[in-house]
Design a protein around this ligand. Structure first.
Ligand code: 5GP
Length: 137
């Protein structure tokens, strides 16, 4: 599938629309999910333009997974998370809704997740979680 330059995460990367940022480096960006499946639900994306995991070259995958682990450690510390769900949906058939590859970090149990991308969270609450996580990086 061709990469859509106008997908929402491409716009976030170009800073055309805002996000509540947790971490950024040369290759990756982490920010709060606006419809979290649990408190602290964070997304990690590569800056590389790939639609799914299957399109992501090994180097960019390695860089992204390093950020995934870094942010997961910060979430664990900041929120005293006892477990973190790492979720990645590749393809509409899997339920992927944004066509720029991303990794969900959800401090929760797989058995108690809220529905996927279903309910907008309060922005102030998201900002408070982001500040806590940032402080633990
Ligand atoms: P997917 O279904 O592609 O695996 O996940 C996309 C995720 O992006 C969903 O969890 C959804 O809540 C989140 N999302 C959708 N639009 C936006 C947005 O504009 N900003 C942020 N921060 N998250 C978004």
């Amino acid at each position: 599938m061709a990469y859509d330059q106008n997908n929402i995460f491409a716009k976030i990367l170009r800073e055309e629309i805002p996000c509540i940022k947790v971490y950024e480096d040369e290759h990756t960006l982490a920010f709060m999910d606006i419809m979290p499946q649990a408190d602290g639900h964070t997304l990690v994306i590569p800056k590389y333009q790939a639609v799914t995991l299957l399109d992501l070259p090994a180097t960019e995958l390695t860089q992204t997974m390093q950020t995934v682990q870094k942010v997961a450690l910060a979430i664990e510390k900041a929120l005293d998370a006892k477990g973190i769900v790492l979720m990645q949906l590749s393809g509409e058939a899997a339920g992927q809704t944004v066509p720029h590859v991303h990794f969900h970090l959800i401090p929760s149990s797989i058995h108690t997740l809220k529905n996927h991308a279903s309910e907008m969270a309060d922005q102030a609450k998201l900002k408070a979680f982001a500040e806590k996580i940032k402080a633990s990086l």
